[in-house]
Design a protein around this ligand. Structure first.
Ligand SMILES: *[C@@H]1O[C@H](CO)[C@@H](O)[C@H](O)[C@H]1NC(C)=O
Ligand SMILES: *[C@@H]1O[C@H](CO)[C@@H](O)[C@H](O)[C@H]1NC(C)=O
Length: 392
């Protein structure tokens, strides 16, 4: 029976969904140390607490908060023009604000977990960084002030914001736990009011165990493209992938998502980047031809492409290598990778090799990325290889 119990974690009370049906249980010893429970209590509830239940709940809250920060920046940019061209770009403000919020929430619940993030606080420091720093602080305060204690809020107004941002400097690697964060994935989409994503994943011993992608502008139901927007996708290893509406309501309903069941690649749809430099559109077109694809591609920015493939809006996502030297960053793919796998799809590089998240901040052992529904995956890899061999 699914149920709820409250674990007092830090300053807020966190409600965890207790759902043994969602995969392996959490060992009693882990529960004891995570929730500071007596071992007898931990043993009693152990079989009812899904693996990484607390991490899952915290990651969802962090991504929701960060999405609010991004949306607040976007709304101000459009309405009040408070951010003029002379200032640092609004993306920068949203990027730093979202990273500060996520890192702060992670620090509160998992103080020992390091974070691999894109930004450091250099541009916010000292007199030169004062204007930007104040903007970011004000934004974070305005968006998440209600969730902070007065101590936290006043600390944020001073130095905590820099410290929170700089928690993202971890080097990654093959051992232990670390989170990886992309506060705004798809900055061009964000500026256009189109697709962007807030992405957070937990890597344990070099493998992605939990991923959350927040897509504030993605229609909740693709058959109603002008309907309600805002999707959050979440996946824990072994528990499947789920989507829910992106809102601040922690009791939001979740529904499982699955990749498409298309068996014949001629019925498939490509999902590709808007920006041609991210993935060569003409090579994609050649691959599409080889697969007999006739339907038009869906073009969007960010890891929302993974979300689209995970719930069957499209079947194939390609990110071909743009140059010999370019290496993909782990935060651009970690969440999408686990969500596709848990939705029944497959992800690899262009040579069919699984993405290796154990090396550090980059996917230096891989070239490009291919994600597709399982039934057509091998055929897609074949077409990618045949096309690239011919082009080179
Ligand atoms: C934070 O927000 C509160 C109201 O929500 C306001 O009273 C306070 O001055 C703000 N602090 C900063 C540093 O912006
Ligand atoms: C896939 O669909 C195409 C076009 O409808 C058709 O010509 C082809 O025979 C189909 N392939 C398989 C394996 O069914």
């Amino acid at each position: 029976m699914p149920g709820k119990f409250a674990a007092n974690a830090g300053s807020a009370t966190l409600c965890l969904l207790v759902q043994a049906a969602r995969g392996p249980a959490t060992p009693a010893t882990t529960l004891r140390s995570l929730y500071k429970l007596p071992l007898t209590t931990a043993r009693k509830i152990s079989t009812h607490v899904a693996y990484l239940a607390k991490e899952r709940a915290v990651a969802i809250e962090a991504v929701e908060r960060a999405s609010q920060v991004c949306q607040a920046v976007f709304q101000r940019l459009i309405t009040a023009e408070t951010l003029t061209k002379k200032d640092k770009s609004p993306v920068t403000v949203a990027d730093f604000g979202a990273q500060a919020v996520v890192n702060h929430i992670l620090e509160r619940y998992f103080p020992d977990d390091p974070v691999v993030g894109e930004e450091d606080s250099k541009d916010l420091q000292g007199e030169e960084g004062r204007v930007l720093r104040e903007k970011v602080t004000e934004l974070v305060n305005a968006t998440t002030g209600d969730a902070m204690s007065s101590d936290e809020a006043s600390c944020f107004a001073r130095s905590c914001i820099l410290r929170a941002i700089d928690r993202g400097q971890y080097a990654g690697g093959p051992r232990g736990r670390h989170w990886t964060l992309d506060p705004i994935d798809g900055t061009k989409g964000f500026l256009r009011g189109e697709q962007f994503a807030v992405c957070l994943a937990l890597i344990i011993d070099g493998q992605v165990h939990l991923g959350v992608v927040g897509c504030p502008n993605l229609p909740y139901d693709m058959s109603k493209p002008d309907g309600e927007r805002g999707v959050l996708m979440v996946a824990v290893k072994g528990q499947g992938a789920f989507q829910r509406k992106l809102s601040a309501d922690s009791s939001e309903q979740e529904t499982p998502v699955h990749v498409s069941g298309v068996q014949n690649t001629s019925d498939a749809v490509f999902c590709e980047s808007v920006e041609a430099q991210h993935s060569d559109h003409s090579t994609n077109a050649n691959i599409a031809r080889l697969l007999g694809i006739t339907k038009p591609s869906v073009r969007m920015d960010s890891q929302c492409k993974y979300a689209s493939v995970a719930r069957g809006d499209a079947e194939i996502y390609l990110r071909l290598p743009v140059s010999e030297t370019y290496v993909e960053k782990i935060w651009d793919h970690a969440s999408g990778n686990i969500i596709i796998h848990e939705a029944g799809g497959r992800v690899s590089d262009i040579n069919g090799k699984p993405l290796d998240f154990s090396i550090g901040r980059t996917l230096s052992a891989n070239k490009g990325v291919v994600a597709a529904s399982a039934k057509i995956f091998d055929e897609v890899i074949g077409a990618v290889q045949a096309t690239l061999a011919k082009d080179n």
